[in-house]
Design a protein around this ligand. Structure first.
Ligand SMILES: [Zn+2]
Length: 493
C-alpha cells in the first residue's frame, strides 16, 4: 500500500527528472570544489542555469549535446583584473579585450580601469558575451577635477561612477599618484558608499614597487581595499624578488581581513611610453621597466629598448591587440607621439610562482586570485599557466579552480557563480587537458567561445543598484550586484 504522500512525491520526482535540458555537456572531467566534485559527469543546463551534474543524462533528455570527453569542465574563469576600457587614451582600443579575454576562456571580468560609460559603449560595439563589472580610473584633471582630491570631491565622483554603472574606482599610483593622505581619503570615501576601491600602489612619496606597497596598510586604515596585481611590486626593484614576495606576504597576512588581492602569471607587463616635452618618460612604471635593463628613461631609451626586442609596442591587427618589436615597434611608438601602449617582460617567474601557490597553515591561499591584468593586453594566460602549475604539481586541480573561479566569485559577491550547484549560472570554461588551454566556454548556457574563437556578442553588464538606469539605457542585459555580499565588504558594518 502506497501512501498518497509518497505517491505524490514520486510523481513530482518523475516530472523533475524527466525534464528536458537545453544543453548537456557530456562526459567531461567536471571539477567543482564547492560541491566536492571531481570526476566524469554530464552537466545539464536549463534556462541558463546549472540544472544537474549527473553520471548519465539520457541523450533523449537533451535538446543539444556537446561531447567534451577528455576535457576539463570547470566553473567559468572570473578575472578580477582585466582591461576593457582605458582612462589613458593611448593608441589601442581597449574594447578588443572582450574577444581576447573570451578566447582565453574567461567568462566574467572586472575592468580595472577604465570608465563604465566607455566600457559599456565598447561592449555594445565589440562585446563577445562576457559578464563585466567596471571601475573608473582616477586621473587628475581628466576623470577627477583635483590633483589630490578633497573628500567632498571624492564623494561626488564615486557617487557619479555608481550612477553611471561602475562598481567604484581605482587609484593609478604607478601613473597618477596622489599623496598618501589623499589616497587614504579615496579608500574611506569609497568604503563609506560601499563602492569598490582598487589600488595600483604608489603615491607622491613612493613608487610602483615595494616602497609603494609598504605605505598601503596605513592608507587602508580601518577600511577595505583591493590591492591590485601583487606581482607588480615584487619585480626586484628594491630587494631580491623572493625577499619582496616574503615581505608582501607579511603585509597581506597582517591586513588579511581588510584586503583582497590578486596576482597574474604573465612575464609581460603593460605600460605607456608617454614622454614630456624634454623627451623624458613620464610614468613611473615605464621608467622602472627601462631602469631594470639599464636604458635611459627617455624617448631614445624607449626606442632602443624596442629595437633591441626588450620592449614591445601594442597595435591592433585583425580585431585583436598584438605586441610588435624592432623598427616596426619604434614606428608605432613614434606614430603615437610617444603616447603608446608598451609591454616589457619584467615579471619574474619566481614571484609569479610563489604568489600563485603560497598558502596559510589553514590551506587558504595568501593571494586570493589568479588574474590576467590582460583583456586588451595580449597576456591572457591565467588559465593555461594555472594548468601548467597543475601539471607541475604546484597546484592541484581543485586549487586551480578555486583561484580561477570560486574565490573570485566570492571577492565580487557573485554568489551564483564559481560553482555548479543546482540553480547556479551556467558559466562554464572547458579546458583541453592536453594543452591546458580553454577550448570552449559558455555564459548563461550559451556558447561564447569555440575552439579558441570568440563567437559571443555584447555581454552582461554587472552594475550596483544605483547603476540600473544606466544599464537599462544601453539595452544591454544587466545584473545588479550587491557588494555587501563581496569578500571586500565581508563583515563590514
Ligand atoms: Zn591593470
Amino acid at each position: 500500500m502506497i501512501s498518497v504522500e509518497s505517491c505524490f512525491r514520486r510523481v513530482i520526482k518523475h516530472l523533475v527528472t524527466s525534464q528536458q535540458f537545453d544543453t548537456v555537456l557530456a562526459n567531461g572531467r567536471v571539477v567543482d570544489p564547492t560541491n566536492n566534485i571531481d570526476g566524469v559527469f554530464d552537466v545539464g543546463i536549463r534556462h541558463g542555469k546549472i540544472a544537474a551534474v549527473s553520471e548519465n543524462i539520457a541523450p533523449d533528455r537533451a535538446d543539444d549535446i556537446i561531447d567534451v570527453t577528455g576535457q576539463i569542465v570547470m566553473p567559468g574563469h572570473i578575472d578580477t583584473h582585466a582591461h576593457l576600457s582605458s582612462p589613458f587614451g593611448g593608441n589601442v582600443d581597449r574594447a578588443y579585450g572582450h574577444a581576447m579575454l573570451v578566447e582565453s576562456g574567461t567568462t566574467t571580468a572586472l575592468d580595472l580601469a577604465g570608465d563604465p560609460t566607455a566600457m559599456a559603449t565598447g561592449m555594445v560595439q565589440r562585446g563577445a558575451g562576457l559578464n563585466v563589472a567596471s571601475l573608473m580610473g582616477l586621473v587628475p584633471h581628466s576623470t577627477i577635477s583635483e590633483d589630490d582630491p578633497r573628500p567632498s570631491v571624492l564623494r561626488d565622483v564615486i557617487s557619479d561612477v555608481k550612477t553611471r554603472g561602475g562598481f567604484g574606482v581605482k587609484m593609478l599610483g604607478g601613473y597618477h599618484p596622489f599623496t598618501p593622505e589623499a589616497s587614504a581619503d579615496v579608500v574611506s570615501a569609497a568604503n563609506e558608499q560601499l563602492a569598490w576601491v582598487a589600488f595600483h600602489v604608489g603615491t607622491k612619496n613612493s613608487g610602483s614597487d615595494m616602497t609603494g606597497l609598504r605605505e598601503v596598510p596605513e592608507i587602508t586604515g580601518n577600511g577595505r581595499l583591493h590591492v591590485a596585481h601583487i606581482n607588480s611590486y615584487t619585480r626586484g626593484m628594491i630587494d631580491q624578488p623572493h625577499e619582496e614576495v616574503q615581505e608582501a606576504f607579511e603585509m597581506i597576512e597582517r591586513m588579511r581581513s581588510q584586503w583582497i588581492t590578486e596576482a597574474y602569471l604573465a612575464q609581460a607587463n603593460g605600460t605607456n611610453g608617454k614622454c614630456d616635452e624634454n623627451g623624458d618618460v613620464i610614468y613611473n612604471v615605464a621608467q622602472n621597466c627601462l631602469k631594470a635593463r639599464g636604458y635611459p628613461t627617455t624617448d631614445e631609451g624607449v626606442k632602443q629598448s624596442i629595437l633591441d626586442g626588450y620592449g614591445s609596442a601594442l597595435i591592433e591587427r585583425g580585431g585583436r591587440v598584438i605586441m610588435v618589436t624592432g623598427q616596426e615597434g619604434v614606428d608605432i611608438f613614434e606614430a603615437a607621439s610617444t603616447d603608446a601602449s608598451l609591454s616589457y617582460p619584467v615579471n619574474p617567474p619566481t614571484s609569479a610562482f610563489t604568489l600563485a601557490t603560497a598558502k596559510y597553515d589553514d590551506g587558504t591561499f595568501r593571494v586570493d586570485a589568479i588574474s590576467t591584468d590582460g583583456g586588451s593586453l595580449p597576456r591572457n594566460v591565467a588559465i593555461e599557466r594555472s594548468m601548467a602549475l597543475v601539471a607541475f604539481g604546484a597546484l592541484n586541480m581543485d586549487e586551480a579552480v578555486t583561484k580561477l573561479s570560486y574565490t573570485p566569485s566570492r571577492m565580487l559577491g557573485l554568489l551564483n557563480k564559481g560553482h555548479f550547484s543546482e540553480g547556479a549560472d551556467a558559466d562554464v570554461t572547458i579546458v583541453n587537458a592536453g594543452t591546458g588551454k580553454a577550448s570552449m566556454s559558455l555564459v548563461a548556457g550559451e556558447l561564447i567561445m569555440l575552439n579558441g574563437r570568440a563567437i559571443g556578442k555584447g555581454g552582461t553588464w554587472m552594475v550596483l543598484e544605483d547603476g540600473k538606469a544606466a544599464a537599462e539605457s544601453t539595452g544591454l542585459p544587466y545584473q545588479v550586484v550587491d557588494l555587501e555580499n563581496s569578500k571586500l565588504y565581508a563583515n563590514w558594518n
